[in-house]
Design a protein around this ligand. Structure first.
Ligand code: UN1
Length: 510
């Protein structure tokens, strides 16, 4: 019933009239209006956005530089209070933001709720962290001196975020950068400009000044490239593909002026779930299904490969096929839907091509049935195939595609080495009831987040800090205690406190 009430509130939230344009203090939008269509039905226009011009980028940078010292001088507790106010506003406006998540990003109702909740959690968590970390730390030292460690903002941060968590990751990056005393220029993924605009508006409504947080919609080649090559940008926070992270890294490294910029990147995965013969097949199937197909598999944490020990493999594969036949694929706005559309035509094409390739080289296991009314949307029916090895997958397939590989008892270490050899290291699921096996896998696997006897998605802010290693990202983990300090610089302040002044300690210590 609560879901139905939310759905009703969402439906009155105004799709069709949503707009987005650059939010740059002191400018008026000038670009042409581009229509945004609903991934579940491409005939429906849900809103329009206007791209940033190079004048917008230039003005945003100048504003951000000018505003940064004042924002940095604002006490961390006051910055935190604004983020907490934004969290309250977002909670109060939940149906409207959920409606946008469904209409612009194709999210199911359950995903929409999780999305808004996670965004609220990020705002509150980084506010809390700012209060803790940004209080000066007094350090012990020789008599006659006081020593203090202070944190300050780095300068201007560019936050470049993905469409798969258009509110949570978008606001999470922004909240961290702002909490640490940076001014922010936010560039959302082009697929979710409307949500990004509404999120920045919300932050302004909460009292974040317009020149402290600005919004520049546009493509990576113009807006993203202009920001990353500009020496006025002190740091970039990016979530998206490994390829784009490399491009950004190269742009930052080839600058000939300005500071050595910081890059905080969270990228892709080739995530595995390992199930040994002691695991419970029903639980393995339930968790594999949830990890591979929730959010139409469009999470970097999603399970891509299920590695099952041979003695239980037939049983698990049979149950998996049965469970996939029950999946409801269709309109993400209906409470009964399990899997919605993929984000756009390009994403669907990549998955269709993958399916065609698998048709020739892998053993087909099952494909879910597309529901009614899906013909005008960008849907890809969840599909599973059996492969001989994880090494047959060249790169991450970002969608509801699951691959199953069998393994034998004496192959466990080699299996983990093959997972490590993909170079990605984000999430890993383990299903086993043998502690020694779990410990062995945990010790050998080079991954960021390990989940035992449960699904492997949905890291909770502050509880399961999230992020990987290798091709999966630079660290530190989002929603963890080490994240915020990476957005800051450290100052050590040493003061001579003896009455004699400057040279007293020099005389006594020689
Ligand atoms: C992503 O999909 O880009 O744990 C990362 C989870 C999410 C993953 C976010 N926090 O499923």
């Amino acid at each position: 019933d609560a879901l139905r009430d939310l759905a009703a509130a969402m439906n009155s939230a105004g799709a069709g009239s949503w707009t987005a344009s650059p939010l740059v203090a002191g400018t008026q939008p000038a670009g042409e209006k581009i229509a945004v269509t609903n991934p579940a039905d491409r005939r429906e226009t849900v809103g329009h956005w206007q791209a940033s011009t190079s004048a917008d980028v230039e003005r945003a940078l100048a504003n951000a530089v000018a505003a940064q010292p004042g924002w940095d001088a604002t006490p961390a507790s006051s910055r935190a209070a604004l983020l907490e106010h934004a969290a309250d506003l977002l909670e109060a406006r939940m149906p409207a933001y959920m409606a946008m998540c469904t209409k612009e990003a194709g999210k199911t109702l359950a995903d929409g709720i999780a999305e808004v909740r996670e965004a609220v959690d990020f705002l509150r968590y980084y506010a809390l962290q700012a209060r803790e970390h940004f209080a000066p730390i007094a350090l012990p030292g020789p008599t006659g001196e006081s020593n203090q460690l202070q944190l300050a903002g780095r300068g201007v941060f560019a936050c470049i975020s993905p469409w798969n968590f258009p509110l949570a990751i978008f606001l999470g990056q922004i909240a961290a950068a702002l909490a640490a005393g940076n001014t922010v220029i936010a560039k959302p993924a082009e697929q979710t400009n409307l949500i990004g605009f509404a999120a920045v508006k919300l932050m302004h409504d909460a009292g974040i000044p317009q020149d402290v947080l600005q919004y520049l919609p546009g493509d990576g080649a113009t807006v993203g490239a202009a920001l990353t090559r500009d020496p006025r940008v002190a740091g970039v926070c990016f979530t998206g593909s490994t390829e784009t992270a490399r491009l950004i890294n190269r742009a930052l490294a080839s600058r000939e002026a300005g500071p050595i910029a910081t890059l905080i990147a969270e990228t892709g995965g080739q995530n595995a779930m390992i199930a040994d013969s002691s695991s419970l097949p029903e639980q393995v199937v339930k968790d594999a299904l949830g990890s591979a197909f929730t959010s139409a598999g469009q999470r970097c944490s999603a399970a891509r490969v299920l590695l099952v020990q041979d003695d239980i493999a037939d049983k698990v594969i049979g149950m998996l096929a049965g469970a996939m036949a029950e999946l409801k694929v269709g309109d993400p706005g209906l409470p009964s839907t399990d899997v919605g559309p993929v984000i756009d035509t390009e994403a669907k094409c990549v998955l269709d091509e993958h399916a065609a390739k698998m048709q020739g080289s892998a053993k087909f296991i099952a494909r879910a049935t597309l529901g009614e009314g899906t013909q005008h949307g960008t849907f890809f029916a969840p599909t599973a195939w059996e492969l001989k090895s994880i090494a047959e997958l060249d790169r991450e397939k970002f969608g509801p595609a699951l691959h199953v590989v069998r393994w034998k008892a004496d192959e466990l270490d080699a299996l983990i080495d093959t997972i490590n050899a993909t170079g990605y290291g984000l999430t890993l699921g383990i299903h086993s009831r043998i502690d020694a096996t779990i410990d062995r896998i945990v010790a050998r696997a080079k991954v960021g987040n390990i989940y035992v006897n449960r699904n492997q998605i949905g890291a909770v802010v502050g509880v399961q800090p999230f992020g990987g290693q290798g091709l999966s990202g630079t660290g530190p983990k989002a929603g963890g205690p080490h994240y915020l300090p990476r957005f800051a610089t450290e100052k050590t302040v040493t003061v001579n406190t003896t009455a004699a002044g400057g040279n007293a300690s020099l005389l006594t210590l020689g």
